[in-house]
Design a protein. Structure first.
Length: 226
């Protein structure tokens, strides 16, 4: 390689490295100044997608779950969480945040994206429930198979499937998932499911049964004067 070609090659390499650094820096999410225990409004960092809240929006007691849709324990506790949040919906606000652990659950992020895409058509919680209720049906599917399966769920919910498919690929949804994970990492989430009740990380004994989970929430409601 002569001197001129070497210079050109070096300039190209430096340019590529600089671009990668810039892209890497732009994709980092800084949540140092964010109160992770509070409901999150739509922001640039979250892809302009706010927290999904079920129940009493703005209530004094907030239950936040960091979950992985492919996680077995998350799937097992889903019926309990659904039952409790339905029963307490006039007193409790429940927020679900994405925390896909893709090293062990390769389909978890795609599932989260599907739920967020359904949310763009006003069916977030409906898809959230369907994804958990059918967990064993899609967990071991290939990329193509899982996509078709999630699309079939979208059809069942009478979503615009073309919009659903295009929304899944949007950067905004990827940002929302990354933002949720950043909040979880800041809060000390290291497994799923992880629950926080008014900012307090619950131990497994706090929700070891439906009755125990209700008792934990009742104590917090009483403390809040509800």
């Amino acid at each position: 390689m002569n001197k001129t070609r070497w210079i050109i090659f070096s300039v190209i390499v430096i340019g590529i490295v600089a671009l990668l650094i810039a892209l890497s820096g732009g994709s980092r999410i800084n949540v140092n100044d964010i109160d992770a225990s509070a409901p999150q409004k739509a922001s640039k960092q979250s892809g302009d997608i706010a927290d999904h809240v079920f129940g009493k929006t703005g209530g004094k007691v907030t239950l936040i779950e960091y979950g992985d849709f492919q996680c077995g324990p998350c799937g097992s506790i889903h019926p309990v969480v659904k039952s409790i949040t339905e029963e307490y919906k006039d007193r409790l606000q429940y927020i679900f945040r994405n925390y896909p652990i893709t090293d062990s659950h390769p389909n978890a992020r795609a599932a989260a994206a599907s739920v967020e895409a359904a949310g763009m058509q006003g069916k977030y919680w409906e898809m959230h429930d369907k994804i958990y209720e059918t967990q064993t049906d899609w967990s071991d599917l290939s990329i193509d198979e899982r996509s078709k399966f999630f699309e079939s769920l979208a059809e069942e919910l009478k979503l615009d499937t073309q919009k659903f498919k295009s929304d899944i690929a949007k950067t905004a949804i990827s940002q929302k998932i990354n933002y949720d994970q950043a909040l979880g990492a800041k809060s000390g989430v290291d497994a799923t499911p992880t629950f926080f009740l008014n900012g307090r990380k619950l131990s497994t004994s706090d929700y070891s049964s439906e009755a125990k989970f209700k008792d934990t929430i009742d104590k917090e409601l009483k403390k809040a004067g509800i």
